[in-house]
Design a protein around this ligand. Sequence first.
Ligand code: CP
Length: 315
Amino acid sequence: MKKFTSVDDIQDLERLISLAKKIKAAPFANQQKGGNKTLGLLFFNPSLRTRLSTQKAALNLGMNAIVMNLNTEGWVLEFEEGVVMDGNSAEHIKEAAQVVSQYCDIIAVRSFPALTDKEKDEEEYVINAFLKYASVPVISLEGSTEHPLQAVADALTIEEYKTTKRPKVVLTWAPHPKALPHAVPNSFVKIMKKADVDFVITHPEGYSLNHHFTAGVTITHNQDEAFANADFIYAKNWSSYDDYGKIVSKDPSWTVTPKKMALTNNAKFMHCLPVRRNMIVSDAVLDSEASIVIPQANNRTFAAQAILTKLLDNE
Ligand code: CP
């Protein structure tokens, strides 16, 4: 593996999940692998899980991890080519990416979309600029359109908790007070399409995801119908894709409640976190035995460690 910026970079999901499980069973077994290597984590946006779990994964492999909050601590970067830099930007990504490549053996970047210009967001111009100008492998810690490390942790969690060979997995939209990106659902859809699961997406009208991701997936606007016999409920909010970046509904009837969970086959409840209690999911579900959001977050470390292992091995 030479980069990890999309679920598409996974050649063989079964082998990757098997590696993550092996790592989870013995996280310190390869402490020499990352010796004298440095992971640079660059954040344009906030994080709790991604920042800590990816650092922990690096430390488990014997790597050094250095973190920079570029939005608050770094120079404002310019991503346009050939511009006169007479505005706010102090440094071009051309120099910045090459400089960081001299300090780090792997560069990991988080950059959320602005959700105002669909075309610009879909260019993934920040992650792609690092891919273009860095001379070392690049990992996405969540870009404009994908959050692939989250997706690997999600697939690992489903593999661990499934009780049937081919579980029914439902991705449901749920209400939220703010406009959120599409990266988590997009990557979850991509990885579920690679997994051996019966996959259904449910959302209100006006919340279709990009067809590029959802092509071939069963989609329904009837949440109750989707929940019937489900083994996993994965809740997530996203803003409208068609009316780009807008909130077109906050319908509370889409909140995941015990009544909704009762329609399922004793399903496990999943969410990538952070989660808005009693908006996305009621306390009664989140605090119940059905909720596996904490072990799901724990798996972020082993997912990241599996990806770092593959990049260090250049496998
Ligand atoms: N799920 C996730 O990426 O969490 P953070 O935003 O806290 O990193």
